[in-house]
Design a protein around this ligand. Sequence first.
Ligand code: PEP
Ligand code: MN
Length: 335
Amino acid sequence: MKAGASEEEINEVVRAIEGFEYQPHVIKGVERTVIGAVGDEREKGKLQVLETWPGVENVVPILKPYKLASSEIKKEKSQIPIGEGVVVGGSEIIVMAGPCSVESEAQIIEVAKKVKQAGAQVLRGGAFKPRTSPYSFQGMEEEGLKLLDKARKATGLPIVTEVMESAQVDMVADYADMLQVGARNVQNFSLLKRLGKAKRPILLKRGLSTTIQEFLMSAEYILSHGNQQVVLCERGIRTFETATRNTLDISAIPVLAELTHLPVIVDPSHGTGVWHYVAPMALAAIAAGADGLMIEVHNCPEKALSDGPQALKPTKFSQLMEKARPLAELMGRGL
Ligand code: PEP
Ligand code: MN
């Protein structure tokens, strides 16, 4: 739409798009409103007539296979609020920290207080755990969600936690401020469609062997089903290298910044699998332009029920935050 297009002109175009049996998605930018029309690619010529309508600047086909996620539709980075007062994609770098799994009330409350003290803005913790082995700890499930709620009340930190299947979405959304889709579910399209209807922001993790294009197509599933609140997370991909658990793809950060308006955070814990590689890769992520970090922190990593070897102790996490602050500033960001 033209910069000065009225609400009425915007609504007229939305109705016209619906009339063509396309789905309208209104995206309000700082300067202008863009209306995405999503539908059958073969019939896109029909929309061209809208170019003559009042308030319409032009009708542009998006060439990328991902449309709503593409930076072609929206130049400015999207700002995604989590709970109250935390925004991913703004000037502040957002750090989500906490244990891999919620294990007990004492554990989650202690870690929550420590990461908050160190400057984390969001608490992470898994209650439903996607484990490679069915014999490994599978998470505390709803009991874990209740403990996360207690930790939120004790610290004021908003909560991000994983949802593994469509049937759990409502329940997890009742407790969590942000819903995480794990690497193993990034192409679970029925879950992604369901999350498009959820009233919570989504943290979408890149899969073990997901290309950037496939990653953005997964984001597109959520956006096209109605939820515009998506944050991407690079968490390492599988390569021939075995010295680290995964190979953290730092180059994904500038590549995604070019291709999409969605903010990107980095998880160097799963990205390396080794706690003493976490800090250097976290700093590298900030230097490459990441909008945030996800870091696993455990009060006693030796006894952790999952991912102990990659967890930072609270003091190490706090040291990382101290190191990250001047670097964030150098990058023109706050932390
Ligand atoms: C996690 O965040 O604990 C997790 C299981 O991550 P990923 O899905 O990236 O392996
Ligand atoms: Mn983990």
